[in-house]
Design a protein around this ligand. Structure first.
Ligand code: G3P
Ligand code: MG
Length: 339
């Protein structure tokens, strides 16, 4: 890879803009496509040569799916080919933890796909909270876990001490998950054992968004709200603060991955990967999309659109470089800046 980089470092710099599209509230709203998204992406995709005209990444605080499945869903909905390597999900940085936890037990929180997503990253011993609640009968008294059918492998993982908790997407049962995490995070990894004074199990959150827009007329609670609730209960019960690492926009690891996606595309297009063009981060959520791009600084440019969370002129706290009604106008603006 280093040789390849050296070979391309003499290539010309890419003259146009690069794009980092937020998904929910910019391209999609729940299960519907925002009409301007078709226009925006069609203007960036060269149908006759079957390739993108610009380096593009999709950076979302969504998750609970593999990058490949998310890419396929976008391809189907938007009618342009999206590759799994263009996708940065909220939990994609968890891949980078492989050396620390590959052979240790991991507890996932989220939807029923999360355990297999973690396995797809290479982690060997993964169990989710729903399965753990079923195995430890009565541990989550109000949860419906009768339908769960643990595999023989699940029973083996359940005997190992949990080394780390990955909160990968919105909890499907806050009561069950807060109860189980409270047990696990106060133990030596065996939730049925006596509580220890010190937190020895690691915790990683993804999506820190408090709200997200769907088809409902008001934004709904998102992954960050679950984290607020868990931290509050933990603090109340233990008198100490929960220790954790946060991934997801606006945090740097997701932007670093987006930059490496764009660098790979620059190389593939025959341009110098070390000379990064202006990256237009088009989002609808000021505390995630704008704050993240602004914190990264040059060559990132924050662009707000009014098709999701944000409505108004500009945000006072997380102020975008520019604001447009929709993603089609935002893309047109970016292209005009680099004619
Ligand atoms: O907060 C949940 C998620 O839907 C946000 O996704 O694409 O707007 O970052 P996105
Ligand atoms: Mg969004």
């Amino acid at each position: 890879a280093r040789n390849l980089l050296r070979q391309y470092s003499t290539a010309p710099p890419y003259p146009g803009p690069a794009f980092a599209f937020d998904i929910d509230g910019v391209l999609l709203r729940g299960r519907s496509v925002i009409p301007a998204a078709h226009h925006a992406l069609n203007s960036l995709y060269d149908q006759s040569n079957e390739r993108w005209r610009a380096p593009i990444t999709f950076i979302t605080n969504g998750g609970g799916t593999t990058e490949a499945a998310r890419a396929q869903k976008l391809t189907d909905m938007l009618n342009v080919p999206v590759h799994e390597q263009q996708i940065v999900l909220s939990h994609t940085p968890m891949k980078t933890l492989i050396d620390a936890y590959k052979h240790r037990a991991i507890l996932t929180v989220g939807n029923p796909h999360c355990a297999s997503v973690a396995r797809s990253y290479g982690f060997q011993h993964v169990i989710d909270t729903e399965t753990l609640a079923h195995i430890h009968t009565h541990s989550a008294p109000f949860a419906k876990v009768d339908h769960v059918q643990p595999s023989p492998g699940d029973y083996l993982v359940a005997k190992m001490p949990v080394a780390v908790v990955f909160v990968m997407t919105d909890s499907r049962d806050w009561g069950r998950d807060i109860q189980l995490l409270l047990d696990v995070l106060r133990s030596d990894g065996h939730p049925k054992r006596a509580h220890s004074d010190k937190q020895t199990v690691d915790l990683y959150f993804s999506n820190p968004d408090i709200l997200f827009p769907n088809e409902y007329h008001m934004p709904r609670l998102a992954g960050g709200s679950f984290a607020v609730a868990l931290r509050a209960v933990y603090r109340h019960v233990t008198g100490t603060d929960l220790q954790y690492v946060q991934f997801g926009k606006p945090h740097a690891p997701n932007y670093q991955l987006a930059e490496s996606v764009l660098r790979n595309q620059l190389m593939y297009m025959g341009y110098c990967p070390e000379s990064m063009p202006a990256i237009y981060a088009i989002g609808d959520n000021p505390p995630s999309d704008v704050r993240g791009a602004n914190a990264r600084g040059d060559p990132w440019r924050s662009v707000l659109v009014r098709t999701g969370n944000f409505q108004g002129q500009n945000d006072e706290t997380d102020t975008a470089h520019v604001v447009f009604d929709n993603v089609a106008h935002a893309v047109q603006h970016a292209l005009e800046q680099h004619d």
